[in-house]
Ligand binder design. Structure first.
Ligand SMILES: *Cc1c(COP(=O)(O)O)cnc(C)c1O
Length: 434
C-alpha cells in the first residue's frame, strides 16, 4: 500500500520515487508488458493515451487461436476450450467492471468510429425541431467527421445541426455549468448530446452524470465516446443512466493497434422497437443463428447490435490485456496509483517552473484529480518542438500536438514513479537548454 496516501507531500528526489515504487502494490505488473528500447534500456513510455503497450502474453493468446484454427478449422466456432462463437462473452464481465455496466449492456465489435456511426443510427433520430447534436468543440477529428456526416446524411446543414461548445476565453477546459447551460439553451432542439468522457487534447474528464442528467431533462439522448476514458478512470455508465457509449481498446486497454472496440447500450433501451438498428447475422440470437431464418431477431442486450463474424485474433488480444486488468483487481486500484503517479508528474513540472521563476510549462489539464485521468497536456511556452525532441532523444516517449503541446500519460499498469522522476529530470534538462 501507499502508506503516505492520500495526503502526499511529493519530493523531487530519486529516493522518494524509489520509496513510492516499493510501496506500490501494482509494481510487478510492469513486467507483464513489452517496452520499446532506447539505448539498450526500457524507454520511458508515457504514450499509453495513444497506444498502450503489448502484454507479453499477447503472443501466446494469438498462438493459441492459430493452433485452434489449425486443429479445428470450422469446428473452432463450436468446439475446443474456447469456441469462437461465444468468445466475445468472455470479455464482457471484465469490461462491465471497467465501464460500470451490466455485462449484457456491453459488447465488443468493429472499431470505434464505425461504432459511433452505428450507435448514431440508433440514437440520433432527428425529427421536426429536434435535430441538433451537442459536442465538445475541437473534439477528436474522427468524431467531428462522424457527427458531421451523420447530420448531413439526415439532410441537415452542419452549421444548424452541430453545436460545439468551447472553453471560455482565456481558459483551456470546459466548465460543467457552461455545458449544462448550453444544453438548456438548446433544450427542445437537441436530439443528442454526444461528448467525450476524457478530452483527447486537454485530458479533461467530464462530469458524465451531470451531462447525462441535463440531456435527459431536455428530452435528448446522452452518449459518450470513451476512447480516452475506458481503462483510464472508473466509470459508472449504468448508474449515471447514460444511453450509449463506445470506446477503443488500444489506448488504455493495451489491446493492440486498431484493436477491437466496445459499446455500451443502457438496458432500458433493449426492448425499444422504435430504435433503428443496422442489422447483421452476428446480432441474431445466438441459439437460433444457424437456423438462418429470413427475418432478424436480435440477441438480447448490446450483443444484438453486432453485425459480423467476430474477429477472433482481435478479441484474443483484447482478452490478453483484460486478463491483466482482472489480476490487478480492476480499475479502482489502478486509479489509486494513477492519481498519485500523474500527481507526481504534475509536481515535478511545477518544480521546473519554480526553479525558472517563470511558467515555462503550462499544464492545461485540470488540477483537480477528479477532473482528469492519467494524461497531462503541457503547453511549452518556449522552444516547444526542441523540448519535445529532447525528450524523445533521451528516451522519454510522449506525444506532440501542434502547435506547442506535449501530452504525457503515466500509466499505472506499466509506469513507475522512478520513471516519472526520470522524465521530470530530463524535462528539467530540456528547460535548462532553453
Ligand atoms: C482515438 C480516438 C478515436 C479513434 O477512432 P478509431 O475509429 O479507433 O480510429 C476516435 N475518437 C476519439 C475521441 C479518440 O480518442
Amino acid at each position: 500500500m501507499f502508506i503516505s496516501h492520500p495526503i502526499m507531500t511529493y519530493q523531487n528526489t530519486l529516493e522518494f520515487a524509489t520509496q513510492l515504487d516499493e510501496q506500490d502494490p501494482l509494481k510487478d505488473f510492469r513486467s507483464q508488458f513489452l517496452v520499446p528500447q532506447h539505448n539498450g534500456k526500457d524507454a520511458i513510455y508515457l504514450c499509453g493515451n495513444s497506444l498502450g503497450l503489448q502484454p507479453i502474453t499477447a503472443r501466446q493468446y494469438i498462438n493459441d487461436q492459430l493452433t485452434n484454427w489449425k486443429n479445428l478449422a470450422i469446428e473452432g466456432f463450436f468446439n475446443g476450450d474456447d469456441p469462437w462463437l461465444g468468445y466475445h462473452k468472455k470479455l464482457t464481465n471484465t469490461l462491465a467492471g471497467i465501464l460500470g455496466a451490466k455485462s449484457e449492456e456491453i459488447t465488443v465489435m468493429n472499431s470505434l468510429t464505425v461504432n459511433l456511426h452505428l450507435l448514431m443510427v440508433s440514437f440520433y433520430k432527428p425529427a421536426n425541431k429536434r435535430f441538433k447534436i451537442l459536442m465538445e468543440g475541437g473534439a477528436f477529428p474522427s468524431d467531428q467527421y462522424a457527427f458531421a456526416s451523420q447530420a448531413r446524411f439526415h439532410g441537415y446543414d452542419l452549421k444548424d445541426a452541430i453545436i460545439e461548445i468551447f472553453p471560455r476565453k482565456g481558459e483551456f477546459t470546459l466548465r460543467t455549468e457552461d455545458i449544462i447551460q448550453t444544453i438548456n439553451d438548446n433544450g427542445d432542439e437537441l436530439a443528442l448530446v454526444l461528448f467525450g468522457g476524457v478530452n483527447y487534447f486537454t485530458g479533461q474528464l467530464f462530469d458524465m452524470k451531470a451531462i447525462t442528467d441535463a440531456a435527459h431533462k431536455v428530452g435528448a439522448y446522452a452518449g459518450f465516446d470513451l476512447a480516452h476514458a475506458a481503462g483510464n478512470v472508473p466509470l459508472e455508465l449504468h448508474d449515471w443512466d447514460v444511453d450509449f457509449a463506445a470506446w477503443c481498446s488500444y489506448k488504455y486497454m493495451n489491446s493492440g493497434p486498431g484493436g477491437i472496440s466496445g459499446i455500451f447500450i443502457n438496458e432500458k433501451h433493449f426492448g425499444d422497437k422504435s430504435l433503428n438498428r443496422f442489422e447483421g447475422w452476428w446480432g441474431f440470437r445466438e441459439d437460433k443463428r444457424f437456423l438462418m431464418p429470413p427475418v432478424f431477431e436480435a440477441e438480447k442486450g448490446a450483443a444484438g447490435w453486432q453485425l459480423s463474424t467476430s474477429p477472433i485474433m482481435l478479441l484474443t488480444l483484447h482478452k490478453a490485456a483484460l486478463d491483466i486488468f482482472e489480476q490487478a483487481g480492476g480499475i479502482i486500484p489502478l486509479r489509486t496509483k494513477s492519481e498519485l503517479l500523474t500527481g507526481y508528474l504534475e509536481f515535478l513540472i511545477n518544480e521546473i517552473n519554480k526553479s525558472k521563476g517563470d511558467e515555462l510549462f503550462t499544464i492545461i489539464t485540470p488540477k483537480n484529480k477528479h477532473e482528469r485521468g492519467c494524461q497531462l497536456s503541457v503547453v511549452c511556452k518556449q522552444n516547444a518542438k526542441a523540448t519535445f525532441n529532447f525528450l524523445t532523444d533521451n528516451g522519454v516517449i510522449g506525444d506532440w500536438r501542434e502547435p506547442n503541446v506535449i501530452r504525457l500519460s503515466p500509466v499505472p499498469l506499466y509506469n513507475s514513479f522512478k520513471q516519472v522522476f526520470e522524465a521530470g529530470r530530463i524535462l528539467a534538462e530540456a528547460a535548462e537548454g532553453n
